[in-house]
Design a binder for this molecule. Structure first.
Ligand SMILES: C[S@@+](CC[C@H](N)C(=O)[O-])C[C@H]1O[C@@H](n2cnc3c(N)ncnc32)[C@H](O)[C@@H]1O
Length: 261
């Protein structure tokens, strides 16, 4: 397994920790290296080349060490009646609870990050029986799988990380649903979708803005997350003329639902 090691000053740790996250990182470990800090993250066997403003390198790491976070994984209550269960953790669900079983492998999307939680709440709110869903940056496929479990007619997932394809397929199968997933660029995705989900960092959302608008059906809703509560107006500006319908905040992150004007 490849680890991405980003070297930063102590003052940059907080902002730099969010950057590898956008690459689909599951957990970031800080290691002191002299006067600097190294941020270690596992990126799977075929990591995407990152574009970062800090020095970085790849290191080959022992998979068992990279996976120690798994010992501490717990079921996540997204909201009343909806739980994401790490596939290797046993859990007795209260009656009436929808449980998503997720094995993230080397992808992002265990369900515990605030942005994933916010997107899952939006999926539950927005998905109507039979609607079409596009999950841009699907990672583990958790959002697309949730959409299908909540009755979507079809869900398409795309991600730049090759690992997202087998992981999403496996998670769909584990939850008894079908998701179509590939590494197709959003620019090459044809058609329009009733619900478009994009839990990706702000610079990527801005870069993808024109295509996110293009794939949104006239009566559709676009949910963006991966953005900070106090620094996302530029993303909304890039998505204009779409208008904000709903905003929810959790731990400094937000998910914003937009619609056509
Ligand atoms: C924060 S993760 C979200 C994973 C999952 N959808 C969730 O909500 O937990 C962001 C994902 O976007 C993918 N990604 C980043 N840039 C992308 C792009 N330009 N097109 C498609 N996917 C992208 C990353 O590989 C990563 O899997």
């Amino acid at each position: 397994m490849q680890a991405l090691v980003v070297t930063v000053s102590p003052a940059e740790v907080e902002v730099a920790s969010d950057a590898p996250w956008g690459l689909g990182v599951v957990a970031v470990e800080e290691r002191v290296a002299g006067d600097l800090v190294e941020l270690w993250t596992s990126l799977g066997d075929e990591p995407v080349q990152p574009e970062l403003p800090w020095p970085w390198r790849f290191e080959t790491v022992d998979e068992t060490v990279a996976d120690t976070w798994r010992e501490f994984a717990e079921p996540i209550e997204v909201e009343a009646g909806l739980v994401v269960r790490p596939a290797w953790v046993s859990f007795e669900a209260p009656a009436g609870t929808t449980v998503l079983h997720i094995e993230p492998g080397a992808t992002f999307g265990m369900g515990d990050h605030p942005t994933t939680v916010l997107c899952l709440r939006a999926v539950r709110r927005l998905v109507q029986p039979g609607c079409t869903v596009l999950d841009v940056g699907c990672g583990s496929g958790v959002l697309a799988v949730a959409a299908m479990v909540f009755g979507a007619g079809s869900a398409v997932g795309v991600d730049i990380a090759p690992a997202a394809v087998p992981v999403t397929l496996a998670n769909a199968a584990a939850n008894g649903v079908d998701v179509m997933v590939s590494t197709t660029d959003l620019a090459d995705v044809a058609g329009e979708f009733i619900v478009v989900l994009a839990n990706i960092l702000a610079p990527t959302l801005v870069a993808l803005a024109a295509d996110l608008r293009r794939v949104l059906a006239p009566s559709g809703r676009l949910v963006i997350s991966g953005i900070l509560a106090d620094a996302h107006q530029h993303v909304l500006d890039a998505l204009a003329p779409l208008v904000v319908e709903h905003t929810e905040e959790l731990d400094g992150w937000v998910a914003v639902t937009l619609r056509q004007p």
